[in-house]
Design a protein around this ligand. Structure first.
Ligand SMILES: C[S@@+](CC[C@H](N)C(=O)[O-])C[C@H]1O[C@@H](n2cnc3c(N)ncnc32)[C@H](O)[C@@H]1O
Length: 284
């Protein structure tokens, strides 16, 4: 790939999605763009980049989608979901007073496993929330990932990544060689295409936000911008879950650490009640 082609592509991808591509990622760019070149029967990556430079919006969207790393799994890293079930959900139940409603955001939801893991976790303890209105919102810049997430249909390979057999049999039905998530869980989750670089305020407020394994691809300024926007979406005793290799430390003062080894942070509000029990450790 010509150096000027790489520069053009890297700048475009960074401006549109936040993904930083350093010079040593030429192979990544080529690997992810070659299938697009083949699908569109173009001659080369250079021809694809010329289309982007000419302002072809559909092509630009396709390229951003192709460039995203969408690897995910059910109950990824497991312990954050234990914290959510044993600390955050009980806290919500006792602290909301008359407001029998809560909302969870999965930002960078990819093909839906994260949002569906959240929904299954809530479903497991649904007897504690009789009559409550619960919403899990999944957003992702990739329209193809969101289309897959909305279907809730997974392969044998997908369900083998992190889903306990008991949970699989409880919430999924086997149809030919695919596993279909049941309507009750799927109905709790709404997924929509959304860019984290855009305004997020119209998504509304959330009691917990999962933004896991997304910020790791951004530079410091983009991480700060996104974290600031996420902080504004969290309710006063809201919780933020990042990936295990991600942190707010040295990036944003909008959060305080709850259990940084598990990527768990709380919204930093001066008037936060000191008694709040979010700091409970997850011991397994
Ligand atoms: C590695 S996956 C992580 C999926 C899931 N959160 C997890 O931890 O398993 C990262 C996801 O973030 C999405 N993403 C990257 N940049 C984004 C942006 N600017 N806005 C919204 N989603 C983005 C990608 O499309 C991808 O699906």
């Amino acid at each position: 790939m010509l150096p000027e082609d790489f520069e053009l592509a890297a700048r475009f991808v960074k401006d549109r999605s936040g993904l930083v591509l350093t010079r040593d990622k030429v192979y990544l760019l080529e690997n992810r763009l070659m299938p697009v070149v083949r699908d569109l029967r173009l001659k080369s990556v250079s021809e694809l980049l010329a289309g982007i430079a000419s302002g072809d919006a559909a092509l630009q969207t396709t390229v951003i989608d192709a460039m995203m790393a969408k690897d995910t799994g059910f109950f990824r890293d497991w312990k954050p979901f234990v914290h959510f079930r044993t600390v955050v959900l009980p806290n919500i139940r006792v602290s909301r007073g008359m407001k029998t409603r809560f909302r969870i955001l999965s930002a960078g939801v990819s093909t839906g496993q994260e949002a569906h893991s959240i929904a299954m976790t809530i479903r497991d303890v649904s007897s504690s929330f009789p009559g409550w209105q619960v919403e899990v919102i999944g957003i992702d810049i990739s329209a193809t990932a969101i289309a897959a997430a909305s279907k809730g249909i997974y392969s044998q390979f997908d369900v083998q990544r992190g889903l306990p057999v008991r949970t699989l049999l409880q919430y999924f039905t086997k149809q030919e060689d695919a596993w279909v998530l049941n309507d009750a869980v799927r109905g709790m989750v709404k997924c929509q295409p959304w860019n984290l670089l855009d305004d997020l305020f119209s998504l509304g407020r959330f009691d917990a936000i999962f933004c896991r394994n997304v910020l790791v691809y951004f530079d410091l300024k983009t991480k700060l911008d996104v974290l600031q926007k996420l902080a504004r979406l969290l309710v006063d005793d809201g919780v933020l879950y990042l990936g295990l290799n991600e942190t707010v430390t040295g990036v944003s003062s909008n959060f305080r650490a709850v259990d940084p080894a598990l990527g768990i942070y709380a919204a930093h509000r001066a008037d936060r009640p000191a008694s709040l029990s979010l700091a409970a450790k997850v011991d397994l």
